[in-house]
Design a binder for this molecule. Structure first.
Ligand code: RIB
Ligand code: CA
Length: 313
């Protein structure tokens, strides 16, 4: 089987953590490295969380620290969802795994420039690292096979009425990526809000009885508490893993190829992704926007990934 080579750029974060667990283990994916950005928590905490997940599950994946702030704006965090550590809930062993000395942006550039142009960039946090890499070495744009991102919304937002968190944190970075001309698949709130991690889903995964399923349970039970408290959601939407599920089985989402423009100028709508699904403005399409999701298939993919772990990892 030809494996999809990816770099996963993330801000763990509970749902990022599940995306890492899937990408690191599924046989159809070759996870070349994890690059980390501030978003759900500070960079120091998101890096620590990425290292904890890899160490806890014995994942032989390198982790690189990226930008501690958005390109221009001051950072904001999602402590109200992910907690003080950014990954509240599970208790990890003392951390011994170390972050790589190379900066995440340097790793992205070096890896892409040495490649055959067959690497997919997956982003599940603010796109600051990818945008910086594009600005520092524009030649990488031709070396990226596609970008699959969790972010945006054709409808309402989740950090403001207009904007989804990953885009809102760094709309300037998102603007750079969306205008790059790269093939982009956008898994936005329109579909991720349909994959809700109800207690029966947690119970289903916990029955697998391995280290990954137990970690999933410990993370998701905390995540559901804050989603209920913050949004009134019973069962938190499991946003980020949909990017990996899409790479494993493209049929998990239905997309519409349309023009998407990022608002990085206005006040009340800052960070909005304006998805012209009916081509009203007659502008060139630039993004494959996910407009529907096969929810049952999504959870089957999640379960199949967690089942790949043993009792020790
Ligand atoms: O809006 C949801 C996104 O913001 C997810 O990636 C979540 O991890 C947070 O980063
Ligand atoms: Ca994330």
């Amino acid at each position: 089987m030809e494996r999809t080579k990816i770099i996963l750029d993330c801000d763990p974060g509970h749902d990022d953590a599940v995306a890492i667990m899937m990408a690191a283990k599924h046989p159809s994916i070759e996870l070349l490295g994890i690059t980390v950005v501030s978003g759900n928590q500070t960079l120091q905490k998101t890096v620590t969380n990425a290292l904890h997940i890899c160490q806890h599950l014995n994942l032989d994946v390198t982790v690189y620290a990226g930008s501690p702030t958005p390109l221009i704006k001051d950072p904001i965090y999602a402590e109200f969802i992910h907690g003080k550590s950014g990954l509240d809930g599970p208790v990890f062993e003392p951390l011994t795994k170390k972050v790589e000395p190379m900066h995440a942006v340097s790793f992205i550039i070096r890896t892409l420039m040495r490649s055959e142009g067959d690497i997919t960039m997956v982003t599940t946090g603010p796109m600051t690292n990818l945008a910086l890499a594009m600005r520092l070495e524009p030649r990488i744009v031709k070396k990226i096979k596609q970008v699959v991102l969790m972010g945006g919304s054709a409808g309402s937002g989740n950090i403001t009425p207009a904007a989804e968190f990953n885009i809102f944190v760094d709309a300037d970075a998102a603007q750079i990526v969306f205008k790059s001309g790269l093939p982009i698949v956008m898994c936005g709130l329109d579909v991720t809000r349909k994959v809700r991690c109800y207690q029966e889903i947690i119970d289903r995964m916990d029955k697998l009885g391995n280290k990954a399923s137990t970690l999933f349970k410990d993370m998701m039970e905390f995540y559901n508490e804050t989603q209920l408290a913050s949004f009134g959601w019973v069962g938190g939407p499991l946003h980020d893993p949909l990017t990996i599920a899409y790479l494993i089985d493209n049929s998990v989402i239905e997309t519409s190829y349309c023009n998407v423009s990022v608002d990085n100028k206005s006040d009340v709508s800052y960070g909005r992704t304006n998805c012209d699904l009916i081509n009203f403005m007659k502008k060139e399409p630039n993004v494959h926007v996910a407009i529907d999701v096969n929810v049952d298939l999504f959870w089957d993919i999640i379960e199949s990934c967690l089942a790949l772990y043993g009792t020790e990892n």
